[in-house]
Structure formats: structure tokens, C-alpha cells
Design a protein around this ligand. Structure first.
Ligand code: PHE
Length: 455
């Protein structure tokens, strides 16, 4: 039996692997600052609605498509609708999206890996506050350092994929996810026991509906999809590995709840500390690579320990997400060619290293290169945040809601009649109407906002 058909060995392993995919840079880094930026508790309410009503629903559709077909995107769509072979193009688009996302993801993960080293060796601790920003910009514009760390991170990811679905992905996730939870909890305790931590908590949680603009609502939906790793076929591949008698609804619910909990805990670990040391809550890379090092330095000697813990936490979260992205592409290549898993992993890794390195150099050696007036990284970022994931997600819900047979869906969700699926009517309504409309609105509004930024 090939490794792919083997799948995960247990429900716990399946859940840990999928939580590993979901919990990533999006949770620890991005979620906290967008939550703060768009009105704290107000944003959280909208986010919760999207994450459960659209994100989780999309995750269930991907699990059904994957587990029923036992295939990767492309073949998985065609299996579920054999008379419409054209749907395979949606599969190709999903795989391409994973390639673009991982190429950008390994750049940020490489930065994170570098910061583990910089904090462990005391380099960060030796910097004056005024030097922290320059240290970061020197690093990202360096001619080869960002590429070196990107290679280290990507190779670690590839080695785990080479270990296989059970002995690589599942085994690693079962260990790393609990470690990640412990780390985030330790950082939370440190953060909320600092003086004036309540200022940060209220920045994060007190609902300010005046800050929740239309832009905030769009950001909430985009973040919900990205955070749950849905809309690019990853959960189709993991779905094909889920044990046959697992309850898809319960599994998706657990993953969604864990992902959301970790995102909120990350906010609690970050903002009280930021405010306690009188720092500004920055957004984007500035928060993690400039503001937080300043915060850790202000804690004195022990700050180094927390700095190492934080960057390690971020790297672990990134690793299990990168694994799922790489696995999606590798599994697809294995299935659609005669190339075996080992060679597929090598080939895909080389492609990711090439595209990723070009992105990594976009602030340094390649800073003169522009695509449609953007830096290379900026261009890939636009593809990944505005265009590709929503297009794949829309394709997936339309396929599921309007092309797949309803009886097949019921059969898969109920494990061939063994489970009661009282939620089905509501679920089917969400997939057929609510999700496509919401996603189309997001797609068109964000395209419009990016083309006409001043309106
Ligand atoms: N969910 C991951 C995060 O929050 C990112 C990701 C997206 C991983 C899509 C896999 C697929 O960082």
C-alpha cells in the first residue's frame, strides 16, 4: 500500500496534524494585530461568526471531497463529479496557490528561524532599542542570510515530509502541538502578570465598533480562511488521510475551536507585554521583529529566555503549517505522475527553494525588480491575500454545493448512515448560498480596494 493511501493512524493524530496546519504564523502573529487594529472584541465577534459559519463549513467540504475520493486536488474533484473533467483545473489552481503561499511562508519562517538564533546567542539582547529596527532591516536586505535561513527551514520541513504521512507528519504533529500549547500558555502567564497588563487586555478585548470598518469585516473573513488553512486544497489532502470512521463534523469543530483559541491566546501573550513596557502595538513584521525584541530586552536577563521561547513557538507553528502546504503539492505530484514520493519531495522542495529565495531577496539584491509596480514579495503577497485563496474557495464551495450529488455528501458526512447529521440542512444552506456570496463579496471588494487604494 502506498504511503498516501495509508493516511493518519488515529483520530488524535489526524486532529493534531490538521490543527498543526491551521495554527501558524496567521494565528500567532497576524491575528493579534488585526484584532487590535479593527476594534478588539468587536472584531472577535465577527471573526467567530465567519470562522464557524464559513471557515469550518469550508473545512468540512474539503474533508468530504478528500476522504470520499481518497485523492489529491484535481483527481478528487473529478472523482466526485466524473462527468465534468474540467473541474480538475480547480485542483491545479489549488496546488499552484499552495506553491505561492509556501514560497512566501518560508521567507517569514526563515526570518523567524534567524531570530531564534539571534535571541539564543544574545545578539538581540545586546542591541539598544534604537538599533533593533536597523538590525532587522540589515537582515532582510542582506545578500544571502535570509536565503540561508529559508533553506534551513525548508529542508527541515522536507525531511519531515520524507518521513511519510504517519511517521513524519502525524508523529511530529502529535509532539509539537502540545509543546506549542504549553509555550503559548507560559508566555500568556508572563504577559498578564506584568504591571499594567490590563491596558493590553483591554486594547485586545474591549469591543470598539467604531474601529470595525468594512475593511475590518473583510479582513476577518480573509483571516478566517487563511487561519483554518482552507480554500487551497490542503484540507482535501488531509481529508483523504482522515480515518474512515471519524466524524467529520466533530473533527472540523475541534480543529476550528483549537485554532481560534490559540489565536486569542497569542494575543494575550503579546499585547499586555507590549503595553506594559510602553510600546506601540505595531502591525505587520514590525510587531514581531521590532516591537517584541524591545519588549523582551526590557524584561532584563530573563527576557532572553522568553524571546527564545517566543520565536521557537512561532517557528513550530510555522513548521507544521509549511508541512501541510508542502505535503499538498508533493501528494499531488506523486499522484499525477509516475514520480515516487521521495523524488516528488525533492523536486517540489527545489521549486519552493527557488521561488522562495526570489521572494526572500526582494528586499535586498532584487529590490530593483518590480512586477506591476510592486516588489516581488509584494506581488506574491497580493496574489496570496487578494486573488488566489478566495478564487479557489469560491470554486470549492460551488463545486460542493452545486455539482456534487447531495446523496454522496450525506453518505460521507454520516459515515454511510452510521452517524446522525441533524446539522445537514443548515450546513448545506451555508455552503450553497452564504459561503459563495460572502466569498464573492470579499473577492470583488478586495480587488477593487487594491486597484483604487484611495477610494
Ligand atoms: N493556517 C496557516 C496559518 O495560520 C497558514 C496556512 C494556510 C497553512 C493554508 C496551510 C494552508 O498560518
Amino acid at each position: 500500500m502506498s504511503d498516501k493511501q495509508q493516511g493518519f493512524s488515529s483520530s488524535f493524530g489526524a486532529i493534531m496534524a490538521a490543527v498543526g496546519s491551521a495554527v501558524g504564523l496567521g494565528n500567532i502573529w497576524r491575528f493579534p494585530y488585526i484584532m487590535g487594529q479593527y476594534g478588539g472584541g468587536a472584531f472577535l465577534l465577527v471573526y467567530l461568526a465567519f470562522v464557524f459559519l464559513i471557515g469550518m463549513v469550508l473545512m468540512m467540504t474539503e474533508f468530504v471531497i478528500g476522504r470520499r475520493s481518497q485523492h489529491t486536488p484535481a483527481k478528487a474533484f473529478v472523482y466526485n463529479r466524473p462527468d465534468r473533467k474540467g473541474w480538475r483545473f480547480l485542483g491545479y489552481l489549488c496546488v499552484f496557490t499552495c506553491l505561492m503561499i509556501i514560497s512566501q511562508y518560508v521567507v517569514l519562517s526563515g526570518w523567524t528561524t534567524n531570530y531564534i538564533v539571534d535571541s539564543a546567542t544574545g545578539t538581540l539582547a545586546s542591541l539598544q532599542t534604537s538599533e533593533i529596527g536597523t538590525h532587522f532591516s540589515n537582515f532582510i536586505t542582506h545578500p544571502w542570510l535570509p536565503v540561508m535561513y529559508l533553506i534551513i527551514f525548508t529542508v527541515i520541513t522536507a525531511v519531515i515530509i520524507l518521513g511519510g504521512v504517519q511517521k513524519g507528519i502525524e508523529a511530529v504533529s502529535k509532539v509539537l502541538m502540545p509543546v506549542l500549547l504549553v509555550l503559548v500558555l507560559v508566555l500568556c502567564v508572563r504577559s498578564i502578570t506584568l504591571p499594567n497588563s490590563s491596558v493590553g487586555l483591554s486594547y485586545l478585548f474591549s469591543p470598539d465598533f467604531s474601529k470595525l470598518s468594512g475593511e475590518g469585516v473583510l479582513a476577518a473573513l480573509g483571516q478566517a480562511l487563511f487561519s483554518l488553512s482552507v480554500g487551497m486544497g490542503t484540507m482535501i489532502v488531509y481529508g483523504s488521510y482522515i480515518p474512515a470512521n471519524d466524524n467529520i463534523f466533530k473533527t472540523a469543530m475541534l480543529i476550528t475551536a483549537s485554532d481560534t483559541l490559540i489565536a486569542v491566546l497569542a494575543g494575550v501573550a503579546i499585547f499586555p507585554a507590549v503595553f506594559s513596557f510602553g510600546q506601540d502595538p505595531a502591525s505587520g513584521p514590525g510587531l514581531v521583529f521590532q516591537v517584541l525584541p524591545t519588549v523582551f530586552n526590557s524584561m532584563g536577563g530573563i527576557g532572553t529566555v522568553f524571546a527564545v521561547m517566543f520565536f521557537f513557538l512561532l517557528a513550530l507553528a510555522a513548521l507544521t503549517s509549511a508541512i501541510s502546504l508542502l505535503e499538498t503539492i508533493v501528494a499531488w505530484l506523486c499522484e499525477s505522475s509516475s514520480v515516487n514520493r521521495y523524488k516528488s519531495t525533492i523536486i517540489v522542495t527545489l521549486v519552493v527553494l527557488a521561488v522562495g529565495s526570489v521572494c526572500a531577496l526582494s528586499d535586498g539584491l532584487l529590490s530593483g525588480v518590480k512586477i506591476l509596480n510592486k516588489s516581488i514579495f509584494g506581488f506574491v503577497d497580493d496574489l496570496n491575500s487578494i486573488y488566489l485563496p478566495p478564487i479557489c474557495a469560491i470554486g470549492t464551495v460551488i463545486f460542493f454545493g452545486w455539482q456534487m450529488k447531495k446523496e454522496d455528501i450525506i453518505d460521507e458526512l454520516s459515515n454511510h448512515g452510521a452517524l446522525k447529521i441533524g446539522y445537514f440542512k443548515a450546513f448545506y444552506f451555508l455552503v450553497r448560498y452564504v459561503a459563495p456570496i460572502a466569498l464573492l463579496v470579499v473577492l470583488f471588494t478586495s480587488i477593487y480596494a487594491s486597484l483604487f487604494p484611495n477610494n
